[in-house]
Each structure stands twice: as C-alpha cells, then as structure tokens.
Write a protein that binds this ligand. Structure first.
Ligand code: V4E
Length: 236
C-alpha cells in the first residue's frame, strides 16, 4: 500500500515553460475515464473514502492518519490518502465501512447484512473481473460521478527523490495541476511534503489557498446535494 501526498495548483498559460525551465521531463500524455461510486446516502464519501474505476482499474483512496507536519501552510495545501488497488482488499474494506455504518444506525435487514458479509469475505467474487458489477449491487453502490481527463505528466528528479507533476483537463471544462509524491507504507511523509513544497517554490506557485480538485467542481456543478453534504461534513 502507498500513501499519495499531493498539492493541487491553478494551471496558468506559463506552466509548461516553467516546468521546462526547472528541468521537468514530460513522461506522457493520455486520456482516461473515471467513475466514482458510493451508496445513495453517501456513506463512503462522507467518511472521506473515494472508490473509483479508471479504465477497468479499481482504486480506493482512504484518509491517511495525520502525522506531524513541517508547518500549517503545508498541512492546509497538501492532501494525503492511502491507496488500495487490489480489488479483493477494496471489496473487504468497503463492505467493512458499510457494515459498520449500518450497524450504527441499524438501517439494514438481515438479508442485506448477509450480502454485505458475502462481499467482505469475497465469497461470490473469487473470479472477479474488473467489469464485475455484482459486488457493487450487493453493497448498493451507485456511480455518482463520471468524467474524462486529458493528462500531461512530468517528472522532476531531485536529490531527495522524484516528484511528479500532472496537468489535468477534465471534459466538463476544468483544469488543475497536481504535484505528487507516492510514499511506500511506513515511509517518510514529512520528507514528501517538503519535496512538494520545494517543487511549488521552484514553479513560483504563490497561491496559499487550497485549490479545488476536479471532483469538487464536478459535484458543485452536477451533484449540489452531495456537494452540500460533503461541505457540511468538512470533507471538501
Ligand atoms: C481524494 C479525493 C478524491 C478522489 C480523486 O482524487 P484526486 O487526486 O483529486 O483525483 P485524480 O484524478 O488526480 O487522481 P489520481 O490520478 O491522482 O489518482 S475526490 C475528492 N477527494 C478529496 C480531496 C480533498 N478533500 N481535497 C483536495 C484538494 N483534493 C481531494
């Protein structure tokens, strides 16, 4: 498992020149379609879990436990999420979250609980292909966001390690940049935060406000009820 530490930034017309100036190498340009899933009452996202299928590959981003950070600005501007990419692990983690939620509110009947347990134990999903949707139905998960992104990726090699910069353009008309470091389990998160801050300085990024991600803008535009709930819960 890895922890993704990242800082978003506003892309301006100069950014590609700036990346070139500081020695960033373009490692590719591609397009992908993302679908995000949650229960109709937003059990996952209200706990800051983000279940995604990107071109057939599943990923669950989970809130990473906060450690000590170098300063408050870094804390505000950067996010960190644990990433799970194994489908059986994702299924058991998601069913655990839903089971705990339904146990708290006693909102499910016994047959629903049986279905959740089956997914948790991967009973019906041993031969699970990425296209399998049975486990989603069993857990009552529905797609709440779907969009395409055009991405241009760069890498910056520095003494402290590599940093990745992604420039994203979503098909609903929003552009955002991301400076990202992947930290292996048990790795040094503070060092990653420092590398990200260092790259932001090299790129001359002066904005000290948190920049909205694609999902933020998507939900605000197309799912205002969901967006309002996440704002009230201080998730976005
Ligand atoms: C974690 C999260 C969401 C899932 C999508 O995350 P993001 O990294 O923005 O998307 P993307 O396409 O760059 O994924 P990658 O290719 O890096 O895997 S949607 C909302 N969140 C939470 C969140 C937050 N609270 N604040 C900020 C600034 N970003 C995301």
């Amino acid at each position: 498992m890895t922890v993704e530490v990242e800082r978003k930034f506003v892309c301006d017309a100069e950014i590609m020149w700036k990346l070139q100036d500081i020695g960033a190498k373009c490692i590719g340009q591609w397009q992908f379609r993302d679908q995000y899933f949650d229960s109709p009452d937003f059990i996952l996202t209200l706990k800051d879990f983000w279940l995604r299928c990107r071109e057939g590959l599943w990923e669950l981003k989970c809130p990473a436990v906060s450690g000590t950070t170098p300063d408050n600005d870094t804390e505000t501007l950067c996010t960190r999420y644990r990433e799970i990419t194994s489908l059986p692990l994702i299924q058991s983690e998601v069913s655990r979250i839903i089971r705990e939620h339904t146990a708290e509110g006693s909102e499910s009947n016994s047959s629903q609980r049986e279905q959740i347990d089956k997914v948790a134990e991967n009973e019906d999903t041993e031969i699970c292909s990425a296209d399998d949707t049975k486990w989603l139905n069993d857990l009552n998960l529905v797609c709440f966001a779907e969009f395409k992104t055009e991405r241009c990726s760069y890498t910056l090699e520095r003494e402290a390690g590599a940093v990745r910069v992604d420039l994203d353009q979503a098909d609903f008309g929003y552009c955002v940049g991301e400076i990202e470091v992947l930290v292996p389990e048990g790795g040094d998160i503070n060092a990653a935060l420092q590398r990200i801050t260092g790259t932001a300085v090299e790129l001359g990024l002066s904005c000290q406000k948190k920049v909205k991600g694609k999902m933020d803008v998507y939900l605000q535009r197309y799912r205002p009820e969901h967006y309002a709930k996440l704002l009230s819960a201080h998730i976005l």
